[in-house]
Design a protein around this ligand. Structure first.
Ligand code: 6R9
Length: 630
């Protein structure tokens, strides 16, 4: 625990050291891990390539740092506490020792099915402990996992299977969510009509009927039968891939962000312990899904590397009622609670009655992640959940950054509503204007970049290094560009202002407008579409789609519903547009570029000043669009 920051001056001191002597700083942090062979060099980097290596030539296995390292001291401590969707179903507590044996047993089963170091394995599973077992079993044998959120459609799943050339899919029969029972294996079956893998392993969760294809599909409980519950972890290089996680960008299909082992391990544990001020024995709960980076870094890897007790929740915040989160906090005496602003706003709408019955006195730290938290939600969270006692850590980071980048250190950094405050040690931020000029001093606003490597950063985008270079390292030379706008106020505090590119953030889920447009265009009657985000009370941003379509003999209502279904089928229900406006044309410049600025203004309802529309091919369209606004 020597790497824990305890005071504000301690934070500034550590930050200073991390900037003046980054290699020495990270070598010190990395020293507390178990390496089979130490590194020859801490860091090699070039942002042009990009080519980034941390802990060069070091050998390790990340799971030895979770298990072997903890077994003697923490073997009987709960690693995962699982809370099922239905509060009347019994939960499960899995100790470090039990988890170790489960991971070994399952990794032996994977090996027996021919899966080996370097193979890609898709995990398409609900929030059950076996999903974490699956991730760690891959890491144990050196297979590269790629978790796909179980709410994605079969076609989104097939795209990912194909893109990474997966050899196996780990899945479940079904999934419980609120009062719904959802088919999961059936989605995999559909995806495998458009892609193929050698092996599918199915965990039985709901007991619903599924079709099993002879030779390809196996039951989880059958493959682990008779397997040893110990093994020797595969020796991995620090820069071997740990996982691929697909995320949306402003163009094209989602890209596979690649994280490698050594740096990710060091960064997730360090950031977890410091940001949340985790103390041994604390019970920590992050409500994210493991399909997102937050679940990877702060349900599974960060907490387990720190020997923490991490709660995994299968359900939703409003089932059976809007008090569920607080019931779970009381039940397990949660100390650190980490959720998304969209969940806070959704619960805020139910008032404070659902909170009343519960004792929340165990809470010490509240966290927020995924999107900017508005001041109203911040105050509600602070007052009604934290009883003004608990610091809020508003953590800004991304799939690409691997771990938290800008955040208060709980209880140490003075907070300010809606501000992510200050960078963690090792994180060198800069704000640049649209020409790429670095803006120095305080009270400035611009594009957020990072100008020095940190251990948790992405290394490439799977199968397409050029795309990684273009997307992140080319907009501003010599810097990683985040895609976010930011303000540094008079105190030097950072406030994230949201995306400056064509990425929208719906309920904390990242979506590319182009990706949604492509899905809409799959409807046979759609001629063209344009998608923008607009402010939404609960979701943060909603999806507004303008669609040019041949109605044939459908009513508008039918067409709109069909389009929504199409998007659901192609991406998943989370990408369904909130509003669809059928239009006869889109505002385009003479060069054929859609003027999104205008579409955004109409969607948000700021209709008085459309700006300069003189370059439009057909200015009439704007009037039509305003008149037909949804
Ligand atoms: C961890 C995660 C990344 C994008 C990011 C930004 C937004 C995340 C935020 C935040 C303001 C915060 N974002 N945390 N904006 N304040 N505390 O969410 O990763 O799914 O890749 O999304 O989310 O716009 O660029 P990811």
């Amino acid at each position: 625990m020597s790497d824990r920051i305890h005071t504000l001056s301690g934070y500034f001191h550590e930050y200073q050291k991390s900037v003046t002597e980054p290699e020495k700083f990270w070598a010190r942090i990395a020293d507390s891990f178990h390496w089979q062979k130490r590194w020859d060099k801490v860091l090699e980097w070039d942002f042009e390539g990009p080519d980034i290596k941390w802990f060069v030539n070091a050998k390790l296995n990340i799971t030895e740092n979770i298990f072997e390292k903890h077994l003697y001291t923490l073997g009987d401590r709960a690693a995962i506490i699982w809370e099922p969707n239905d509060p009347n179903e019994e939960g499960r507590t899995i100790t470090y020792r039990e988890l170790y044996h489960e991971v070994c047993r399952f990794s032996n089963a994977l090996k027996a099915k021919g899966i080996k170091k370097g193979d890609r394995v898709i995990i398409y599973m609900p929030m059950v402990p076996e999903a974490a077992v699956a991730m760690l079993a891959c890491a144990r044998i050196g297979a590269i996992h790629s978790v796909v959120f179980a709410g994605f459609s079969s076609s989104a799943l097939a795209d990912r299977v194909n893109d990474c050339g997966a050899k196996a899919i780990l899945t479940s029969d079904g999934n419980y969510r609120g009062n719904k029972k959802i088919g999961v294996k059936s989605v995999v079956d559909e995806a495998l009509e458009k892609s193929s893998v050698d092996t599918v392993i199915v965990y039985q969760r709901t007991g619903q009927e599924v079709t099993m294809k002879e030779g390809r599909d196996h039951w989880w409980h059958e493959v682990i039968e008779g397997e040893e519950d110990t093994n020797k972890a595969e020796v991995m290089d620090s820069e071997d891939m740990l996982f691929i996680l697909y995320t949306s960008g402003s163009t094209g299909k989602p890209k596979g962000v690649v994280h490698t082992i050594g740096g990710y391990m060091v960064y997730t544990k360090y950031s977890f312990e410091n940001v949340f001020q985790y103390s041994p024995g604390d019970v920590y709960w992050c409500t994210a899904d493991i399909g997102w980076i937050t679940g990877h870094s702060y349900i599974v890897y960060g907490p387990l590397l720190a020997g923490a007790t991490s709660i995994m929740f299968e359900g939703v915040p409003t089932y059976p009622d809007a008090g569920r989160f607080w019931a779970v906090c009381e039940k397990y005496k949660v100390n650190q609670f980490y959720t998304a602003p969209t969940a806070i706003r959704a619960l805020q709408a139910h008032g404070t009655d659902p909170i009343e019955p519960y004792d929340l006195s165990s809470l010490k730290v509240l966290g927020s992640v995924g999107e900017p938290i508005n001041e109203e939600a911040w105050h509600w969270y602070h007052t009604h959940i934290g009883k003004t006692r608990c610091p809020i850590v508003d953590t800004w980071w991304q799939t690409e950054t691997g771990g938290i980048m800008v955040s208060p250190i709980a209880g140490i950094t003075p907070t300010k509503p809606a501000y992510a405050t200050l960078p963690l040690p090792g994180i060198q931020l800069c704000i640049v204007d649209n020409e790429g000029k670095i803006m120095t001093g305080n009270s400035v606003e611009g594009n957020l970049c990072i100008c020095f490597p940190w251990p948790g950063m992405l290394r490439t985008t799977y199968g397409d290094h050029e795309r990684c270079k273009q997307t992140y390292f080319s907009t501003y030379k010599g810097m990683y560009f985040t895609g976010d706008g930011v303000k540094r106020d008079h105190d030097g505090y950072y406030r994230i202002l949201g995306r400056v590119d064509d990425v929208i953030n719906v309920s904390g889920h990242r979506m590319g407008t182009a990706e949604v447009e492509n899905a809409i265009n799959e409807h046979p009657l759609v001629i063209e579409s344009a998608v923008v985000g607009y402010p939404h009370e609960v979701k943060g941003q909603g999806i507004y789609a303008y669609v040019i379509s041949d109605m044939k003999n459908r009513t508008e209502e039918n067409l709109v519903n069909e389009i929504k279904d199409t998007v659901s089928k192609i991406i998943g229900p989370i990408a369904k547009p909130d509003k669809i406006q059928i239009v006869s044309g889109l505002p385009k410049t003479r060069s054929g570029k859609i003027m999104r600025r205008i579409l955004r203004k109409v969607a948000e309802g700021s209709l008085d000043n459309m700006g300069d529309t003189s370059t439009l091919l057909d200015p009439e369209v704007v009037t039509e669009i305003i008149d037909g606004r949804k």
